[in-house]
Ligand binder design. Structure first.
Ligand SMILES: CC1=C(/C=C/C(C)=C/C=C/C(C)=C/C=C/C=C(C)/C=C/C=C(C)/C=C/C2=C(C)CCCC2(C)C)C(C)(C)CCC1
Length: 299
């Protein structure tokens, strides 16, 4: 991971330089976002069934149980959005924050009872930083879903989350540094990544910054980790890996496409990013449980 992260840092810096120097035609950010979601975003979750049964040969009952729980959770999250949109939205932000923090920092091998809080604080720091520095853009996205009543999700909330999560992340980092569980080099690298993403957030916009983070640091990194861990199932071949990810990637893309189709067909006026947030939140909950299994044995 450490070697890979160095290369990813160079790529992120190059992208930031390119995006800040080149005047992008209108709509490039949306195109980039959609291409990233299709190429790495959805596929990184489409191997959940392989990860789940990595070390076992599941019988029919186990398969039925897995798929029923997975699809049941998707339905439950949809129902929550219908009945409690604001709670669902804020819960999704918190769940995403934890998931992002875990996928970013799992390699540190941290121990103790604050690990989950540490992951949550890193992810919340990232998301609140992107949202607060692009508050008008993000409020327009959130506001497109009328039921969300965004007046309470204003800049004061995101600033307060930014300060609280930042303080918590720094405090816990100091604790882990003092315990020798994190080295200064590792801390420096994580701080540099956050500084680059802050730079991107200030120089470009929320969509581009989120796309850079989600494409490179979350999805691509997670795909590589999944490849390493399921190698014994699919062999060392990239084409077999792509083949294994294909069916549910297509299903995931169709699912997202259906969300877009329905929203445009019924002229709901919901931003494409907000539709992404709703559809992805339904997949994220079962995905988080499966990925937990992948990150935990590596501790
Ligand atoms: C296996 C399986 C399957 C599949 C699955 C899948 C395909 C998954 C995926 C998953 C995934 C794929 C996940 C993901 C996640 C993600 C996330 C977690 C995200 C978050 C985000 C956010 C939070 C953002 C926000 C924003 C925007 C968007 C714009 C700008 C601004 C902001 C930053 C605010 C099925 C169902 C078919 C069946 C059963 C089994």
């Amino acid at each position: 991971m450490v070697k890979l992260d160095k290369h990813l840092l160079y790529i992120t810096i190059l992208l930031l330089a390119a995006f800040s120097l080149i005047e992008l035609p209108t709509g490039t950010d949306t195109l980039l976002f959609l291409v990233t979601i299709v190429i790495v975003g959805i596929p990184h979750g489409a191997l959940d069934h392989v990860i789940e049964f990595n070390d076992t040969r599941p019988d029919k009952l186990q398969l039925v149980k897995f798929y029923s729980i997975y699809i049941g959770l998707i339905g439950a999250v949809f129902a929550c959005w219908y009945f409690f949109p604001q709670v669902s939205f804020l819960s999704f932000i918190a769940i995403s924050a934890y998931h992002f923090g875990q996928s970013q920092l799992f390699y540190l091998n941290l121990k103790g009872r604050f690990v989950h809080l540490y992951y949550l604080s890193w992810g919340m720091l990232l998301l609140s930083m992107i949202i607060y520095t692009n508050i008008a853009e993000c409020m327009a996205i959130f506001d497109s879903l009328e039921w969300l009543e965004v007046s309470q999700l204003n800049s004061t909330l995101w600033l307060s989350l930014l300060i609280k999560s930042g303080t918590l992340w720094i405090t816990l980092t100091c604790l882990y540094l003092a315990k020798g569980q994190i080295s200064m080099k590792e801390f420096g690298r994580e701080l540099l990544l956050l500084a680059i993403l802050l730079g991107s957030s200030l120089v470009t916009n929320a969509v581009i910054t989120f796309t850079i983070y989600f494409g490179i640091w979350h999805s691509f990194r997670s795909l590589l980790l999944t490849f390493q861990s399921i190698r014994k199932n699919v062999g060392n071949s990239i084409s077999k890996f792509i083949k294994a990810a294909m069916p549910f990637s297509v299903a995931g893309i169709l699912f997202l496409g259906l969300g877009y189709y329905l929203s445009f067909h019924f002229d709901l006026g919901i931003s494409i990013y907000m539709i992404f947030i709703i559809i992805i939140s339904t997949l994220t909950v079962p995905h988080l449980f499966v990925m937990n299994k992948l990150y935990n044995p590596l501790h």
